[in-house]
Write a protein that binds this ligand. Sequence first.
Ligand SMILES: [Zn+2]
Ligand SMILES: [Zn+2]
Length: 362
Amino acid sequence: MKAAVFQEANKPLTIEDVDIVDPRVGEVLVRTVCSGVCHSDLHFVDGLWQLPSACVLGHEAAGIVEAVGDGVTYVKPGDRVIMSFRPFCGKCYYCLGGRPNLCSDPEINAAAATRLQWKGKPILQFASVGSFAEMMVTSENGVVKIPDEMPMAEASLIGCGVMTGVGAALYTAQVPGGAEVAVIGCGGIGLNIIQGARLAGAGKIIAIDIVPSKLELATKFGATHTINSKDTDNLPEAIQDITGGMGVEYAFEAIGVPDAVTQAFAITRAGGTCVVVGMHPLGSQISVPGPDFLQEKKLVGCMYGSTRFREHMPKLVDLFLQGRLDLTSLVSRRLKLEDVNEGFRAMKAGEVARSVLEISSL
Ligand SMILES: [Zn+2]
Ligand SMILES: [Zn+2]
């Protein structure tokens, strides 16, 4: 099959002929229809995170089940699915505690290391997905079935950015109705935090970014106020002006830059919650003032929007089909697999909410 292979940081991906295994016990073969190009893929291309060897990136995808291995009961050939980049084992401490997004089963990663071969050597299928390729093999616990009326470009985005962003608001922070919320960073994740807060019925949703076009888009997704942080050297004051001197009850950092967390924590009011959603570079440290914890401020992490995939992804599909979740405006451009490097360029330049690769047709 054709796949875009990542070989080295700061080098373009190249289109190669890669072999993929037949689905083994409990696994499914999925034909990739659409894959988003996400910032987390870019982190590896830029060398901020490291991968062991050549690999196939891409982790935000939707496709059609082509074949299933022995023992698979959840899906059958022809089913449409969203890929999950955290397949769950169903048996570990986290899975049994209702937090499959934190599943730590090492067998899942081991399996992902043995599914692809290139030039006779095994190469890693990133995050058990590897969607910059025509086909994907994963555990049946790595797919979520969706109805046939769900369009595939929109479905693919639920696989990472939408589930992470909307989930950060609904499930990690559990934003209540009327809450005052701020989101730092209005890219693919930030826009979805904003619409998650809107779905939760937040009262004020303050979008913060340095790119005017992103702030415009943020308004479309539900922001009630926008701040271009280039125009102010005192963000906490600008936030206080909007919140009656209080700061926000929920602040979200959606860039992956340590200083942005410091800022997000600074604009969180006493008793409030600051959620770190961005993927921070390996080795980075975050700095916040220790005495602030006497104000019962909470600083919390977020993995995949604290989702229970099989429950929450179909709910997001439903909200989209009802017209209450905007996925279509996130699809800024549709590209071919061969254009994946252009997708990265456009993302770095801040030109797009998402580029979606259309890898095969339905
Ligand atoms: Zn992602
Ligand atoms: Zn588990």
